[in-house]
Design a protein around this ligand. Structure first.
Ligand code: BEZ
Length: 257
């Protein structure tokens, strides 16, 4: 199992399940793209609290789930104790020709070493195996990130680009990396997917849950001030009819080994 001593597990798995369940709901479309066949052995990379791994298992798939977050894996194991879940880093996993497919939903934008992840994914597949993934692409949640950065600067805080939490590549960039890793790219799509955030505090909760890396060097009071300003700044743009809609832009890919 991979173990990164420098990694701070900031995930709150219970909040993730109660406030952000849309992540795995959208994952159902990616399962359709995966088109799993009964009896296949499939790795769910970035399985979170295990809901999509459970869906795959219910389709007769021999599923293994991995996630870098211990808290997510703890929650996944307590929800679905019969499915094998492991704490593991996608850039350090040591599977070798084990899987018919590697499936990943809403995870790869967290991995800032895409070459490392693609190389491990490639190695973990059997010859002819497929890599099917969806994650944030170039321009994803840009109005939110622009507003956070603007509000930080306005509050006199320093923003350094290393604090940007995600990797949002263009299709050209990512498919080039896939080919370099050895994949034949069979499918690639970059599309808008406006995404409803649950509740009146949807945007605020989203920022607290997912974007806290921006505030690594900021005290609690300044963080609250920046989040409040960000929410106010975006009200005219992302809020209508009582709903927050985030400007998600997704990449979907299929690579064949
Ligand atoms: C996404 O799924 O695109 C995403 C989720 C959380 C933070 C950033 C992006």
């Amino acid at each position: 199992m991979g173990e990164n001593k420098n990694y701070k597990d900031a995930w709150n798995a219970t909040l993730y399940d109660s406030n952000h369940s849309f992540v795995s709901k959208y994952g159902n479309d990616v399962i359709e793209l995966l088109n799993p066949i009964q009896g296949e052995k499939i790795l769910d990379l970035g399985c979170g609290t295990g809901d999509l791994a459970k869906k795959l298992t219910d389709c007769g798939i021999d599923t293994v789930g991995i996630d870098k977050s211990e808290r997510m894996i703890f929650q996944a194991i307590s929800k679905y104790p019969t499915i094998p879940f492991f704490v593991q880093d996608a850039t350090e996993m040591e599977f070798n020709h084990d899987f018919h497919a590697v499936f990943s939903n809403a995870t790869l934008h967290w991995i800032k070493d895409p070459e490392g992840a693609l190389s491990c994914i490639y190695k973990s597949l059997k010859p002819g195996g497929r890599f099917v993934a969806e994650f944030g692409g170039k321009g994803n949640v840009q109005s939110i990130t622009d507003a956070v950065i603007h509000s930080m600067k306005e509050a006199g805080l320093t923003y350094r680009s290393e604090l940007f939490p995600w990797y949002f590549p263009s299709i050209a960039e990512y498919t080039t990396l896939m080919e370099k890793a050895g994949f034949r790219v069979a499918f690639a799509h970059h599309f808008d997917r406006p995404t409803k955030l649950d509740g009146e505090d949807g945007l605020k909760n989203w920022i607290i849950m997912f974007a806290n890396d921006f505030f690594k060097e900021v005290d609690e009071a300044a963080q609250q001030h920046v989040i409040e300003n960000t929410v106010n700044r975006l009200k005219d743009i992302l809020y209508s009819d009582g709903e927050w809609i985030a400007d998600y832009k997704r990449i979907r890919v299929i690579g064949i080994k």
